[in-house]
Design a binder for this molecule. Structure first.
Ligand code: SRM
Ligand code: SF4
Length: 549
């Protein structure tokens, strides 16, 4: 098989520059050239179109309503007050108004027209935000358990996200030249030892979990790192490799998988080991078939022992046996909490991560007012929520009053457990790969699921439900106790039986169900569960015990 087309585009791109400048200045179309559509991803952007308007535009013989999504690179998911202000203002001026919190602890803005990309990037740059490598065949946003400054160790671990992100950034200055009009420093292309001219064969994702929290779903990442803390000291990390969610309906060669633990490394060895995992994937990954190019397939092809040996040989570091740790919680802990320095933080429930204003809750107004006060920072969780954090005791009353005024506290407190734990990907109307709705539909499905849970007195279950509009798995549905994966408009495959903590994947239960079929299946399952469950038995475990999947 020959190298894939994307491989050719990368190599010919002159350090990810391609013809992006020419594409941008072409006023005849809202689109950019096809090869640039692949390259713009490495700059943290996607060309999309409004899928709700495709028919109407086609009838009028107009080109599709093209626009761009920009995703920020935000290791560890932290924005200061000034940065939130800038983000809010950009979202009012250049993009659709919704600020979308992603499942990887960062934010996306959608609907940016071609001529507004540069002003958007410039405004972000003034507050030291960028979107470099937020997408593309590179290391993506490094995520880390979101509990803010839970302890001094948390702060220490949080810095590793930043260090890993920096270590694995592409060296090209293309971003600065194209979007920020910086002059080219030299006619020569920058040397990039890690990425060379071919980058990785596919996206590459890293997560750091800080036990007992697994809010990052650590084992669903290419590299899953678990911080090992002994006697209140960070001694190092267990490192796992080869996790990933994506699969393709009808292609048995593709599958979701949890990462396998390679072993323990001392904290000073972490960067070297992760770097060499990345180079091994760079050199051994499949460059012909992008569907089989993620690290999980490379490891399965080489065998875990051979892969581990290769990483050890390259890094000169031997993995020690895995150290013990315990994961006990994956969902966010809502409401007020205080950190080790006495600063307060409030974890707000933002349904499907959509920060916007409606008649019930005005998230945007609330967070903007808080940002303008300069008295808090903003942290994102991988469950698509927001933590208003680092609030001095003397400022808590003022921040609380703002959260109350705009309905944030009421919304958070009123949401049922099942709703608060639910995750949905973007899907329609912007995602080109969506086969079905997800974020626009899940909230109304949860309304009906809540009725069923009430019926069987199961409202207190910390049930995890996740929905995606296609099998790519952006909402990590295969790690949910109940996963809905879109197959066609209004139809979903239903997966059951993952554990509640992200240590076991679910299995297919039924295919292509519409809403009525989903609800009648759940009605029966919940009825039996309420009658037969053991004390404290989570739904996912019950489903396996009863061999329902
Ligand atoms: Fe994703 C592609 C949205 C997290 C697996 N993902 C896409 C694209 C860019 C569609 C495209 O290629 O054109 C989606 C853009 C939709 C839109 O309109 O915004 C998209 N993915 C998202 C986000 C925004 C979902 C969300 O609602 O939060 C998440 C952004 C994360 C971030 O900030 O970086 C997002 N995507 C994930 C995750 C979850 C994770 O990383 O923890 C996964 C599963 C884990 C994994 O990577 O295996 C994920 N996205 C994919 C895949 C399948 C990859 C594969 O190995 O097969 C695709 C398709 C692809 O790459 O070809 C994809
Ligand atoms: Fe789009 Fe599919 Fe990802 Fe949902 S899971 S955002 S539909 S690619």
């Amino acid at each position: 098989m020959a190298e894939s087309i994307v491989e050719k585009i990368k190599k010919a791109s002159k350090g990810l520059r391609g013809t992006l400048k020419e594409s941008l200045s072409d006023e005849h179309t809202g689109a950019i050239r096809e090869s640039d559509q692949a390259l713009i991803k490495f700059h943290g952007m996607y060309m999309q179109d409004d899928r709700d308007r495709r028919d109407e535009r086609a009838e009028k013989k107009l080109e599709r309503a093209f626009s761009y999504m920009i995703r920020l690179r935000l290791p560890g998911g932290l924005l200061n007050a000034q940065q939130w202000r800038a983000l809010h203002e950009v979202s009012e001026e250049y993009s659709s108004p919704v600020i979308k919190i992603t499942t990887r602890q960062t934010i996306q803005l959608h609907g940016i027209l071609k001529h507004n990309i540069k002003p958007t990037i410039k405004d972000f740059d003034t507050v030291k935000l960028d979107s470099i490598a937020a997408c593309g065949d590179v290391n993506r946003n490094v995520i880390v358990s979101a509990h803010p400054r839970f302890s001094a160790i948390h702060e220490q671990i949080f810095l590793y996200a930043e260090k890993l992100s920096k270590l694995l950034l592409p060296k090209t200055n293309a971003y600065y030249e194209i979007w920020l009009d910086k002059t080219k420093i030299s006619a020569e292309e920058e040397k990039d030892e890690l990425y060379q001219d071919r980058y990785f064969p596919r996206k590459f994702k890293i997560a750091i979990a800080i036990p007992p929290y697994n809010d990052v779903d650590v084992f669903t990442n290419d590299v899953g790192i678990v911080a090992i803390i002994e006697n209140n000291e960070l001694i190092g990390f267990n490192v796992a490799a080869g996790g990933g969610m994506g699969m393709t309906h009808g292609n048995a060669a593709t599958y979701p998988q949890l990462a396998t633990v390679l072993g323990f490394v001392k904290k000073d060895d972490l960067l070297k080991v992760v770097y060499e995992i990345a180079t091994t994937q760079r050199d051994f990954g499949n460059r012909e078939d992008r569907k089989l190019a993620r690290l999980k397939y490379t490891i399965d092809r080489l065998g875990i022992d051979a892969f581990k040996k290769e990483v050890e040989a390259r890094s000169g570091i031997s993995f020690q046996p895995e150290k013990k740790y315990e994961l006990t919680i994956r969902h966010d802990e809502y409401g007020w909490h205080q950190n080790h320095e006495g600063l307060f933080y409030y974890t707000a429930f933002v349904e499907t991560g959509r920060v916007c204003d409606d008649e019930n809750v005005q998230f945007k107004k609330a967070f903007y007012e808080i940002a303008r006060s300069g008295k808090a920072q903003f942290r994102f969780t991988c469950n698509q929520n927001i933590i208003v954090s680092d609030i001095k005791p003397g400022d808590k009353y003022e921040i609380e009053a703002i959260l109350k005024k705009y309905g944030v506290i009421k919304t958070t407190e009123a949401a049922s457990k099942v709703r608060r734990n639910a995750v949905a990907c973007v899907a329609l109307n912007t995602c080109p790969l969506a086969l079905a709705e997800a974020q626009r539909y899940l909230p109304s499905l949860i309304d009906k699921i809540e009725i069923l849970l009430n019926k069987y007195r199961l409202n207190d279950e910390e049930l995890s439900i996740r929905m995606t509009g296609c099998p790519n798995g952006c909402g990590r549905p295969y790690a949910a106790e109940i996963g809905f994966v879109g197959t066609a408009y209004g139809k979903y495959n239903v997966y059951l039986g993952a554990d509640a903590l992200g240590k076991r994947l679910n299995k297919i239960y039924k295919e292509n169900l519409d809403e009525a079929e989903i609800l009648s299946s759940l009605d029966k399952l919940f009825k039996d569960f309420s009658a037969d469950k053991n004390a404290n038995e989570p739904f996912g475990d019950y489903v396996l015990r009863k061999q329902i999947v």
